[in-house]
Structure formats: C-alpha cells, structure tokens
Design a protein. Structure first.
Length: 342
C-alpha cells in the first residue's frame, strides 16, 4: 500500500497544551509523523509518495469561510494584540450567551471558533493543516485513479474539526474534505468509519443531515471521555441524514474482544450501505498504553483489526487521526495497514 506524506505537516510545533490545569508539551507532536514513516520503511509497507497542492477550495466545500480566514490570521492577530504565549480561549458563547455575534477581538474570536481549550494555536498551524488535507486529497486521488487502497499520513488530525470549530488537535477535517471531493468527482455514496478512541464529532457535524455520507464511530463513551458533548448512541442523523449516523460508545477499559465485536457490527452496517468508497479515520489511541485514552487494545490487535476491515471488500482510504503513545505509534499503525493487506 502506498503512503502519502508531507514534511510540511510538521510545521505545527505548538509548545503548549492545556492538560487538566497544567500547560504541557502537546501529546499531538510532529515526532508522531517521523515514527510512522520509520515504521512504514522498516516494515516495507510500500512506497512513500509526496503530495500535490489542492488549495483551499476543497476545504471551503465543508468548512465555513470565515472560520478558515480566522485560522489563517489567528496567530498574527494574537501577537498584534500584545497577548503572550499561544492562543488558548478563556471564554466561549456558552449557554445563554450570544453565539450569533462574532467578536472582533482575537481573545473573543478564539472562544467563538474553539470547541476545546487544550489545542493551542501557533505560527505554523495553518500551514500544517493545509499540508494535512493535501496528504488526504493526494491519497484519495490515488484510490480514485487506480482502485488501489492508500494511506494518508495526515497530521494534524481532523475528525474533531467541525464546520466552523477547531479543537481536539484538529483544524481541517481531512476525512470530510476527502469524502466531499470523492462525491464531487463522481462517487454517489461514501462511508467514513472512525476507529479513533475519541468520537469524531466534527465529521458527524459536517454530514449529520446528509444521506450521501454514512458516518460510523466507535469511541469512548462521551459520558466519561472527550469530547463529552457529542457521540451518544441516540444521535442517528437529522432530516435526510436520519439513519446515516451511527455511534458506538464503549466504556472506559474496553479491550479487544468487545471492541472487535463492535467493529464487526459497524462493518455489517457498512456492507448494507454499499458505498463507492470507504474512508477509515485511523486512530491508534485505542492502544492499552496510550497516555490520554482508556481502551486496552494490544499491538497485535491492530493487525487483526486490519484483517477484519479487509472483509468489507471496499476501495479504502486510510487517514491518520490520533495516537499518542509515540514509541509504539509506528508499530500499531503499520500493524493495522499490513493486517489489511495480508
Ligand atoms: C485526534 C484526537 O485524538 N484528539 C484527541 C483530543 C483529546 N484532547 C483532550 C484529552 C484530555 C485527556 N485527559 C487525560 C489526561 C492524562 N494526563
Ligand atoms: Zn483520539
């Protein structure tokens, strides 16, 4: 399987993440990319290809234009306002405040556009987010052109990024951008299966009222886990999208026997939908030693997961999302991809 990769994804080098009440070095770090590339090479997964530039049009097909402009300007505006450190919101349009009046001041804007406070902005964030969606789109075009499967080593990840919100380490929703482009270039139906530990709230948000994208997500129960405010089983879609959103929340501590039973249920649902393309939002933060998550998958379980995904028999685009056990991220990711190829 080909891997699509860009060094520009490492241009985001944030110094801070709000973790509980402390500022720590971000879990979502550029070394994650190097570790996965090393494993792809060492294990001989296949050729590593560079990417093409697709510009902002495919981003604007799923995200709000003012949101994209905000991301482009945020770091500059923060510095120009004389604020110190990296942009972190300190106020939001919470219940009964007005969510229809976008502030002019950057300190208000970050609260308007952020859905979480852990994700600092920094100088290279917009460039890295652009590179990340170019990885996704380059890998997509390979799948569409050849019918072969492909892996897009996206970073920063995307699945928490909603129509006009960033957070959870995500800025542009790479899977949604790729799904929309697939539809715009001839696919009739796309399915997105999200196996990251966290609920893909952004992807759900973008496609919630649509029946041309089926969204399935297996994740830590939002009663206990980030993003807390979306991802329950009763969220099944709205309007035309009713029945095309499927959440599988699982309890903290879930290990592979139960997780893989749930995966099989999701694969059955996929097969019923008969999509032209499957996009897998790959998070390996389901790993037992992940520092911020609470499932208990072992490294070998990722190989079995890849084998099960193969059973769906669909043209498949794998896009990287989370996974923060940096020493094992390469092994776990390549286990999944090579399990699929076996
Ligand atoms: C793409 C992705 O996986 N994003 C995850 C974002 C999660 N951010 C909040 C995590 C809070 C975890 N708290 C556990 C603290 C352990 N020291
Ligand atoms: Zn995650």
């Amino acid at each position: 399987m080909l891997t699509f990769h860009s060094q520009d994804t490492k241009k985001r080098q944030a110094k801070t993440e709000l973790d509980g009440g402390r500022l720590v070095t971000p879990y979502e770090c550029p070394e994650r990319v190097d570790m996965i590339i090393d494993a792809v090479r060492q294990r001989g997964l296949g050729e590593i290809r560079s990417t093409q530039a697709y510009g902002l049009d495919p981003v604007l097909a799923v995200h709000d234009a003012a949101y994209v402009m905000f991301l482009e300007q945020a770091w500059h505006d923060w510095v120009a306002a004389g604020l110190h450190g990296e942009p972190i919101p300190s106020i939001w349009p919470a219940r009964r405040l007005r969510a229809d009046a976008i502030p002019d001041h950057i300190a208000g804007k970050v609260g308007y556009y952020a859905l979480a406070a852990e994700t600092s902005l920094c100088a290279g964030t917009f460039e890295a987010a652009q590179a990340s969606k170019d990885v996704a789109l380059s890998a997509l075009d390979h799948v569409l052109d050849t019918g072969e499967h492909a892996f897009g080593l996206c970073r920063p990840p995307g699945h928490h990024a909603a129509i006009d919100q960033y957070g959870g380490y995500c800025f542009f929703n790479n899977a949604a951008i790729a799904a929309q482009r697939a539809l715009d270039t001839g696919a009739n139906r796309v399915a997105i299966l999200d196996i990251d530990f966290h609920h893909g709230n952004g992807t759900q948000d973008i496609f919630y009222e649509r029946d041309d994208v089926l969204f399935l997500s297996i994740h830590g129960d939002p009663r206990q886990e980030f993003p807390f405010f979306l991802g329950h089983a009763d969220e099944t879609g709205r309007g035309a999208g009713k029945g095309f959103n499927c959440n599988y929340p699982l309890a903290s501590g879930t290990a592979y026997p139960e997780w893989s039973d749930t995966l099989d249920d999701a694969i059955d649902r996929l097969s019923d939908y008969q999509p032209d393309l499957l996009i897998v939002s790959v998070g390996v933060d389901t790993f037992e030693h992940d520092p911020i998550s609470s499932f208990r998958l072992k490294s070998d379980d990722f190989t079995d997961c890849g084998q099960r995904l193969k059973q769906a028999g669909l043209p498949t685009l794998f896009l990287m999302e989370g996974g923060y056990a940096v020493d094992e991220i390469g092994t776990n990711t390549v286990n999944l991809l090579s399990g699929f190829e076996a």
